[in-house]
Design a protein around this ligand. Structure first.
Ligand code: NAD
Length: 437
């Protein structure tokens, strides 16, 4: 068994990243920039082939550095998981979705752990990055890895380090977002910390994998609860004739004790609508109802229904009914200026509109076509945003406030604009056509 710490220090340790998606791919690039030899693993042959042929599959992640790493033989990408044995440090970035019953779906972590166990050798470090409930690393992974007869903290090392990402944020990226790390033993922590310190500006060691696991969930629950709070207050404020966005702007001038969150048509993205339920599920083992998580979930899930009511009301005011109306949805990405539509509330709203007989079209400059997903069956192409289409629509709904849209021009040519994001704030002319929702 080589000296892993020394190999990490002199960057001869090979880093294997399992799961080359939104989290794994940027991480691979970071370790590559730091100078480590790399192996990238994925079960999706289209992703592996795309990387080998220099084709992008995630818009905001550049392909050129990957090509450079491949051509100078610093990186290999493969579908062959037996090669996990060649990696000294293995970082796992596989999905952690929910099942249809809103329970943690850990099949990807289990499968990956079993594959690693089949190939585990002395001296390896295994780090889980996927978001999950406290206890996953020690209860689910550790027994499977120790079944090999190898002892954690002595023969191999196991840690958890959650990923933090803010897609579309120009100031923060994988390399400069502080990273929390917890190890199963002090020796595990020492090695995981040493590895990340080469690639990440600031590493924050914590006392256990459970602390690291719960840290990530706290961060996401905090967002979910606060978004639910402003979403609920939005509904009340609009009923009271008060503009909630103006209220939030005013409250944001308080220099302490207030962090602004912004309402919208619901909650989207791969993390915030899903991760809190990992904790709710685990809490059941402790007879503990996680009421904030449940309540935030209820409020956020109800938002598309609220938006639907606002459209029906606004059409009604114009003596139109929803059935048969032509509706244009602007934005299916779950937040502005990104091409990620996972769990987007736009789908829930489009589905509700369709079920009530509306004719629904969409435009999103970042998402040219829709693929059928878990909760919807759309297979549509983004329609060009022209004056003609705006004039033809009974309602235009702003569901994602992409910067590429010219909101004054949209309002000028639309008959009715339902704005769920306060995107039309600066629009002067045609305000009578705007309905906030
Ligand atoms: N996307 C984010 O912004 C974000 C932020 C923080 C944390 N996370 C967490 O990171 C984890 C990964 O999320 P993501 O957004 O990168 O997902 P993703 O779907 O973009 O990528 C996951 C990759 O893993 C691959 N994969 C699936 N099963 C596999 C297996 N058995 N072996 C190897 N590869 C496998 C998939 O093909 C895919 O390429 C999740 O737990 C997620 O909650 C995501």
């Amino acid at each position: 068994m080589g000296d892993l710490l020394a190999e990490i220090q002199n960057k001869t340790a090979t880093v294997g990243v399992i799961g080359l998606g939104y989290v794994g791919l940027p991480l691979l690039l970071r370790f590559g920039d730091a100078g480590f030899p790399l192996i990238g693993f994925d079960v999706d042959s289209r992703k592996i082939n795309a990387l080998l042929h220099g084709e992008k599959y995630i818009k905001h992640i550049p392909i050129e550095p990957i090509q450079q790493f491949l051509s100078r033989q610093q990186l290999e990408v493969t579908l062959d998981f037996r090669r996990v044995r060649e990696a000294d440090c293995i970082v796992i970035c596989v999905p952690t979705p929910l099942t249809d019953k809103m329970e943690p779906d850990l099949q990807y972590i289990v499968k990956t752990t079993e594959t690693i166990a089949e190939n585990l050798r002395p001296g390896q470090l295994v780090v889980l990055e996927s978001t999950t409930y406290p206890g996953t690393t020690e209860e689910l992974m550790l027994p499977r890895l120790q079944k090999t007869g190898l002892q954690v903290g002595r023969d191999f090392f196991l840690a958890f380090s959650p990923e933090r990402e803010d897609p579309g944020n120009r100031n923060y990226h994988t390399g400069n977002i502080p990273k929390v790390v917890g190890g199963v033993t002090p020796a595990c922590l020492e090695r995981a910390q040493a590895l990340y310190e080469h690639a990440i500006t600031q590493v924050i060691p914590v006392s256990s994998t459970r602390v690291a696991e719960l840290t990530k969930l706290l961060e996401n629950i905090y967002r979910s609860v606060n978004i639910a709070l402003v979403n609920e207050l939005k509904v009340l404020a609009l009923r009271m004739g008060i503009d909630i966005w103006e209220v939030i702007e005013a409250a944001s001038t308080k220099p302490f004790g207030f962090t602004p969150f912004f309402p919208g048509p619901g909650l989207g993205g791969h993390c915030i609508p899903i991760d809190p339920f990992y904790l709710s599920w685990k809490a059941r083992e402790y007879d503990f109802p996680t009421r904030f998580i449940q309540l935030a979930g209820e409020v956020n899930v109800s938002m598309p229904y609220y938006v639907l009511d606002r459209v029906i009301e606004a059409l009604n005011e114009r003596q139109k009914c929803l059935k048969g109306s032509e509706i244009l949805v602007l934005g299916v990405a779950y937040k502005k200026d990104i091409d990620d539509d996972r769990e987007s509330p736009s789908y829930a709203i489009m589905q509700l509109l369709l079920e009530r007989g509306a004719r629904v079209h969409y435009n999103d400059p970042h998402i040219p076509r829709l693929k059928p997903g878990r909760k919807h069956a759309f297979a549509q192409e983004s329609v060009p945003l022209t004056q003609e289409i705006l004039e033809k629509m009974d309602a235009v709904m702003i569901l994602t406030d992409h910067s590429a849209y010219d909101y004054s021009w949209i309002v000028r040519h639309a008959r009715l604009v339902i704005d769920t994001r306060n995107a039309t704030k600066g629009v002067q002319d045609g305000r009578e056509k705007i309905v906030k929702a």
